[in-house]
Design a protein. Sequence first.
Length: 223
Amino acid sequence: MHTPHVDSPPRRPAHRAAARAAGALALCSTLLLVLVAAAWPPLISFDGDIARTTHRWAVDERGVTHAFRILTDWVWDPWTLRIVVAAVVVWLVWRRADWWTAAWLTVTCALGTLLQQFLKAAVGRSRPVWSDPVDTAHYAAFPSGHAMTAMVVCGLLLWLLHRHGVARALWLTALAVSVVCVVGVGMTRIWLGVHWATDVIGGWLLGALTVALAVLAQLRWRP
């Protein structure tokens, strides 16, 4: 007896997956933003416990602290990552004549920076204060600009590598470097006592949201 062929269910469109990811990230980001703005006591206690512990380690482990200052001030500084983006933009225009992607990358990074600065001013969260600080930082605390910028830049560049179908070895290397960069910069900000833990988490969430929205825009509107 002939068995009728059953087609496998169609794969969910990529733009629908991006939209769902953006929705989930927007919900989590908004919830954390509200809790931070309202100074929810359990969250403040959570941040304080982590900050006091890591600051004690930072004071005791001066060698590690010095290495983390170099990483956060030079290797993972937002301006360093923006220079990387600028180099990619130049390459896209010069070698591939891909003006659309170059503009998409530039606009997304610029909007991410504007969102970050707007939220810092709107929330106005104070940074941790120590009698024996190991580092200093300016402006408001939430969200962490270092963490958000790292997530945006690494996320966008990973997406571009994925879209161009690079070799698996290159993709895995880029993914590993990105994970180290994003996680590392967040941990250094907490260790150095210039951010609360939820500042970093907020930066990661908002950065991931920015990437998801940018991917959605590219999937829907790229010529």
